[in-house]
Design a protein around this ligand. Structure first.
Ligand code: GLN
Length: 310
C-alpha cells in the first residue's frame, strides 16, 4: 500500500486504476454544453493542509462546477447570517432527488438542506439580500477566485443561458419557495444568480485549492486567511457528509467516508479533515446524478490513504 506522504504515487495509482472504467456513466445531457463533454475525461487533484499538491489526468481542464458551487454559497450565507440561516433551510438529508418538488410542498417551503436545489435557491436568495443580481454574481465569482488564488476563473455564459432556457424545475422550486414566503427577491433574480453560480468553470486543481479551508477549521492553511469560523466549517462539513450526494449520500459515506459535494458536470469536492482537500472529475453520472467514476476514484483514494473519517 502507498504511503499517504507519497501523494504523486497515490494520485498516479488512482488514475491508473480508473483507466478501465473511463467512459462509464451517463453524461448530463439537459444542455448542449454539458452533453458534448467527452465521458472519458478524468482528473484528480489533492492539496494538503501542509501545502503539498498532486494531480493526475486532466487537472488543468476546466469544467462546469454546477452544484459544487452550493458549498461556497453556503459558506458565504453562513458568514453573513450565522445560525439565522437555519430558519430558512434545514440540515437533514432529503432522501429525494436533487431537484425534487414534492418534499418542498409537503414541508411548507422549508428545503431539507442547502445542498439540494431548493435549499441552494434559498441560500442564493439570502446572498441577494445584500445587493443586486450582478453584484451577487460578482461576489460569488470573486469568492472563488480568492479561495483558489486564481483571478482567471470565469463563468461560462453559454451554460448559464442554457440553464435558464431549460430550468423549468428550478423555476418551479423558486416559485414554491416564494409562495411559502421563503424567497425575498424576485424569482427571476434568484434564478439568474443560481444559474450563473452553477456555470462557473474551474479545474480540479482550482477546486481542491478553493475547498482547503474546510479541511483546516475555516482557515486557509496556505494564505492563513480566515474564510469562516471553525464552528461554521464543522457545520458545512457535516452537511456535506449527510447531504452532499443527495439520495446517495449514505452510500457515498459508506464507500468513501469523507464530506463531499458532487455536481452534474461530473466534479466532486471531498474534504479530508485536518489533512487535505480533494477534487475529482469524470463526467459520466450514476443514476443519482453523481459522478460514477469520480466516486470510485475517491473510494480508491481513501482505501490507499486511510483518510476516511470513520
Ligand atoms: N444546474 C443543475 C440544476 O440546477 C445543478 C444540479 C447539480 O449539479 N446536481 O439542476
Amino acid at each position: 500500500m502507498s504511503q499517504p506522504e507519497d501523494l504523486p504515487a497515490i494520485v498516479a495509482q488512482v488514475h491508473h486504476d480508473m483507466q478501465r472504467h473511463l467512459g462509464r456513466g451517463k453524461v448530463a445531457d439537459y444542455i448542449p454544453a454539458l452533453a458534448r463533454i467527452d465521458p472519458r475525461n478524468f482528473a484528480i487533484s489533492i492539496v494538503t493542509c501542509d501545502g503539498r499538491t498532486a494531480s493526475a489526468g486532466l487537472a488543468h481542464v476546466p469544467f462546469s462546477i454546477q452544484s459544487i458551487s452550493k458549498v461556497f454559497t453556503l459558506t458565504m450565507a453562513l458568514n453573513r447570517l450565522g445560525g439565522a440561516l437555519w430558519s430558512r433551510v434545514w440540515r437533514e438529508p432529503s432522501g429525494s432527488r436533487f431537484n425534487s418538488i414534492v418534499q418542498l410542498e409537503q414541508e411548507k417551503g422549508i428545503p431539507r438542506n442547502p445542498l439540494i436545489n431548493a435549499g441552494a435557491l434559498a441560500v442564493t436568495d439570502a446572498l441577494l439580500a445584500a445587493g443586486d443580481v450582478d453584484k451577487t454574481i460578482d461576489s460569488i465569482r470573486a469568492f472563488l477566485r480568492r479561495l483558489a488564488g486564481d483571478p482567471s476563473i470565469v463563468i461560462d455564459e453559454e451554460v448559464a443561458e442554457s440553464e435558464a432556457d431549460t430550468g423549468f424545475r428550478n423555476a418551479s422550486l423558486a416559485n414554491f419557495l416564494r409562495a411559502f414566503d421563503n424567497l425575498q427577491s424576485p424569482v427571476e433574480d434568484v434564478l439568474r444568480v443560481y444559474f450563473h453560480q452553477c456555470a462557473i468553470r474551474m479545474n480540479t486543481r482550482q477546486l481542491a485549492r478553493a475547498g482547503l479551508y474546510l479541511a483546516n477549521r475555516g482557515v486557509d492553511p496556505i494564505s492563513l486567511g480566515r474564510v469562516t469560523t471553525p464552528f461554521k466549517s464543522r457545520r458545512i462539513n457535516a452537511v456535506m457528509m449527510t447531504c452532499g450526494h443527495y439520495d446517495a449520500s449514505g452510500d457515498f459515506a459508506c464507500r468513501v467516508g469523507l464530506p463531499g459535494k458532487s455536481g452534474v458536470g461530473g466534479g466532486i469536492l471531498a474534504i479530508a479533515p485536518r489533512k487535505a482537500s480533494i477534487c475529482v472529475w469524470s463526467p459520466g453520472l450514476n443514476a443519482w446524478g453523481n459522478s460514477l467514476v469520480g466516486s470510485m476514484a475517491l473510494q480508491r483514494l481513501t482505501a490507499l490513504t486511510g483518510w476516511s473519517v470513520f
